[in-house]
Design a protein around this ligand. Sequence first.
Ligand SMILES: Cc1cc2nc3c(=O)[nH]c(=O)nc-3n(C[C@H](O)[C@H](O)[C@H](O)COP(=O)(O)OP(=O)(O)OC[C@H]3O[C@@H](n4cnc5c(N)ncnc54)[C@H](O)[C@@H]3O)c2cc1C
Length: 438
Amino acid sequence: MADYDLIIIGGGPAGLAAAVSARENGIDKILILERDNELGGILNQCIHNGFGLHTFREELTGPEYAARFISRVKEMNIPYKLHTMVLDICPAAGDPSRKTVTAMNRTDGLMTLSAKAVILAMGCRERPRGALNIPGYRPAGIYSAGTAQRLVNMDGFMPGKEIVILGSGDIGLIMARRMTLEGARVRVVAELMPYSGGLQRNIVQCLDDFGIPLKLSTTVVAIHGKERVQGVTLANVDENRRPIPGTEEYIPCDTLLLSVGLIPENELSGKLGVDMCPVTSGPAVNESLETSIPGVFACGNVLHVHDLVDYVSQEAEKAGKYAALYIQGERATAGGPPVQLLAVNGVRYTVPQILYPSQMEDTLTVRFRVGAIYKNCFIGVYLDGRQIARLHKNKLAPGEMEQVILKKADILSQMGHSQPDLKTITIQVERGEANGTA
Ligand SMILES: Cc1cc2nc3c(=O)[nH]c(=O)nc-3n(C[C@H](O)[C@H](O)[C@H](O)COP(=O)(O)OP(=O)(O)OC[C@H]3O[C@@H](n4cnc5c(N)ncnc54)[C@H](O)[C@@H]3O)c2cc1C
């Protein structure tokens, strides 16, 4: 059985940045396993620009952003295997501190590999039509937006000419612009929620700039056509997201693109038995991005769906560093009593979900998303009811990932006032005065 210090599952931006960071932190025997035919993950099909503004202070396309990390991996001679599907991860028999990774490709066949640590970086996949329960036949012309993106940008096929898009997350918005630039007519983007799930900049640059209408609180209630899509019926929905009778509108089209959410690829994580967060559908992690199984770390979209790849790279860099410390035996797992991070009052989730203050660096970036749009409000952070941070926000929206930076010194000083068995940090949205400041 081949032995490694670190095996990274997934060669997208998360896996690549984690590998570079682990090598920079002194880890030699690393292996990246990627099921696709090239490194780069979802970025390979994102040929629009807008990547890397934070990391490189430049506007790069997805493939350009990926190429920067791929070159680093190659310069550092970090080995990787393409066309390689990881099938299973489990604690090694006889030595549960090591992990056994089972993977398969055409050249090596079925492989059993051993590693001291594993980083989960498998990204996410799109929610399919089946999850939506839209009645009707199964005609040609229904695609997930990401599949259409791959067809147009990588394979050179146009999925259709008259398009309706359901879902206004970033992929739906970007595909509205892409299909328009390729000569199709995007008749409408329909969104179930009363707000878009995408970044504000994408609403402006992908819809407004091209005069594409966005219909909020609207869904597809019927798909027409037997062999090929001929049209869809849209209807407004009420506050419980149920279609309102009498509001139906028929839109002729030959293609329906679905952009109705992403699901982290966590079949391997679930089988391995790591604790999962029901809101993110990703593993629950501590301040070191370590899951409930020591030596198993997670980063990128497999952990929670990110809006910007720059944050994926930052997170992955951290996962690589902490995996390195774990491998070098320089970080005791789960030291001291943990503090639970609780998302309340409008905050949907936090990453990490727990933290060990004794093991924190001087500061910790906690990322989160809210469940609705809030204007002129505050993010309040409390340790056992005592405020440790407060941040003013002009606007919070579900489509944008937010962050708050916690200081170790603040946490430790407040912990002195806390009862030993009552340690929670709550992060919540608080309404502020119209002209309030932080
Ligand atoms: C349409 C679209 C537009 C976007 N636009 C922007 C933008 O403008 N700006 C921006 O900053 N970000 C943007 N993003 C977000 C950014 O692309 C993602 O956040 C980022 O790619 C996530 O990186 P990742 O490595 O976690 O996942 P991925 O890129 O999905 O990589 C995961 C990799 O793991 C591999 N894998 C999964 N399971 C296995 C397995 N069992 N065995 C082996 N390999 C496996 C997959 O093949 C994949 O290559 C966009 C994303 C999309 C989809």
